[in-house]
Every structure is written in C-alpha cells, then in structure tokens.
Design a protein around this ligand. Sequence first.
Ligand code: NAD
Ligand code: 2YJ
Ligand code: MG
Length: 263
Amino acid sequence: MALLTPEDLANMTNALVENDRLITELTDYSLDGLCREIYDTAPHNEKIAIIPITAGNGIIGSFSESLLFTVKHFGMDGFITENTDVAGYYEAVMKGADIILMADDLAYIAHNLKNGKIAHNQICTGRIYAEILCHAKDYADDKDVLVIGLGKVGTPAVETFLKEKQNVYVFDVDSKRVDEVVSNYPVFKYDPNDSKTPKSFFKIFEATPCADTICEDVLKQNSLVSTPGIPCGISGELIEKYGIRIVLEPLGIGTLSMLYAVF
Ligand code: NAD
Ligand code: 2YJ
Ligand code: MG
C-alpha cells in the first residue's frame, strides 16, 4: 500500500477548498452537502480526536494537521492529542472525544465511540469519489463509467456505481483482479490498450498508485475524471488538450466521507 508523503499533503488545504468549489459547481451540492445526501447523516457537535500514530513508518508530517484542517473547514470541533498511540487514545477519551481518527500504515479509520460505527478510509474514499461522478449534472444522461484500478478503493467505487445504476466498465493491469471483479459484479471488461475495441468515456474513475494510467483513447472533450489515486493518473498535457475537469485531493474528501459514515 502506498503511504502518503508530506509532499502529497503540501498543497492539501488549497486542494480541498478548490475541489469543494468544483464539486459544488458540478453537483449543486457542497462536499458536506453531498455527504449528508448519500449517508443521510449530519454532525451533531461531535468532538473529533485525531491521534498521531508512530507504528510502522511513523508520523507523516502534516497528516494530523491536514485532518484537523478538514474537520475545522467543515465547521466541526476537533483536536490533535498531545500524546501518540495508546497514550493518545487514553487522552482522547479523557478529553471527551466522540469520534477517533487514526491511521497506521495499513488502515486509516474513524470510530464513533458513542454509537459504535466504524469507517475505513479506502471504502469511504471509493464511495465519495464515485458519488461525485454520479451526481454531476452535466454528465447525468450518459450512464457509462470507466473504472481504472480495482483495488481497495476501486472496488467500493464499482459497488457505488452499480447502486447508482451506471454501466460500469473496468480495467486493472492485474488481469486476475479484472476476472475476479467481472465474475462477482455485473460489469464489463474494458482494456484501453486493446485498440480493437476503442471506447471513450465522459465519466472516468481512477484509483491506482501510478501516473499516466488514463490514456488519450478513453477521453472525450470535457470528460470528468474523479480520482483519489496518487499520483494523478492523467498528464497535464491531456487535461489541457481535452478540457478535462478533475476531482483530486489527497486526504480531506475521503476523511469527510468517513466522518459522515459514522455520524
Ligand atoms: P490497491 O493497491 O488496493 O489497488 C490499486 C490497484 O491499481 C491494484 O489492483 C493494481 O493492480 C492497480 N494498478 C496499478 N497500476 C495500474 C495501472 N497502470 N493501470 C491500471 N491499474 C493499475 O490500492 P488502493 O488502496 O485501492 O489505493 C489506490 C490509490 O488511491 C493509491 O494511490 C492510494 O494512495 C490512493 N488513495 C487516495 C486517497 C485519497 O483520499 N485521495 C485515499 C485512499 C487511497
Ligand atoms: O499518524 C500518522 O501521522 C501516520 N501514522 C499516518 C499514516 C497514514 N497512513 C497511510 O497513508 C496509509 N496509506 C493508510 C491510509 C490510507 C489513506 N489514504
Ligand atoms: Mg481524499
């Protein structure tokens, strides 16, 4: 699993604000409004504790600070514990936390201590980036969507698209993964590198840890790309050439989705 780096988070605050603006333009919902709509939940003054975790590769510079920015940006109450790990957990509970946010190298979770709900970042990230595509007004008539990357983020996105009655085309470099997904879900296999079956898409979801996964052949003029994948899967040159609109931010969008999943 790819770990976030401080460089990935360097521009996170601007990216979150800018993506929220784009999501509002595309869907008529602000990001928190869209979360409210899809989860049918709302915040009720919960106190959110962010616990820095030193396990494995340790603290990532500005990870906790980026979570706190997200919490505060959307008008919620939160704090970073002074202690890390188990001592931080104890501090969070003693200070009256309702929700815990914490991540090690394998999992980033939100746990609501009051109602018992727990959320996983990969599932909630796949879901919200997929819902953004489904709620984009100008793209509502065409139900075809291409999903590139069928891992722990891409798979919940596939489930979300199917729930939203989209025609789902899937690709992964791992052909075994493609076969598994095609046998488990009513989706179509689509290999962009196979020129015998060229097809382009207005809606593209990408969740891989690689660059240049979105090739020119799958693009239409003004395609909408919703991609949590880091680094960005489409080149600046193609973005410009096709007037691509792109939803991409390293941490805050997925975090807000996790919080609404546990409210
Ligand atoms: P994963 O390893 O579970 O899945 C990635 C999938 O991409 C794999 O199935 C792999 O075979 C496939 N893949 C790799 N290279 C490819 C290529 N060139 N073309 C097509 N498929 C390719 O990883 P994941 O947990 O699903 O995460 C995916 C990406 O999303 C990572 O970059 C991760 O850092 C990022 N992520 C971002 C956020 C966010 O908030 N922006 C949140 C979670 C994860
Ligand atoms: O507390 C810290 O600063 C660190 N322990 C945070 C670790 C963050 N973990 C990751 O980046 C892993 N990839 C799992 C979470 C996926 C979030 N995109
Ligand atoms: Mg995110």
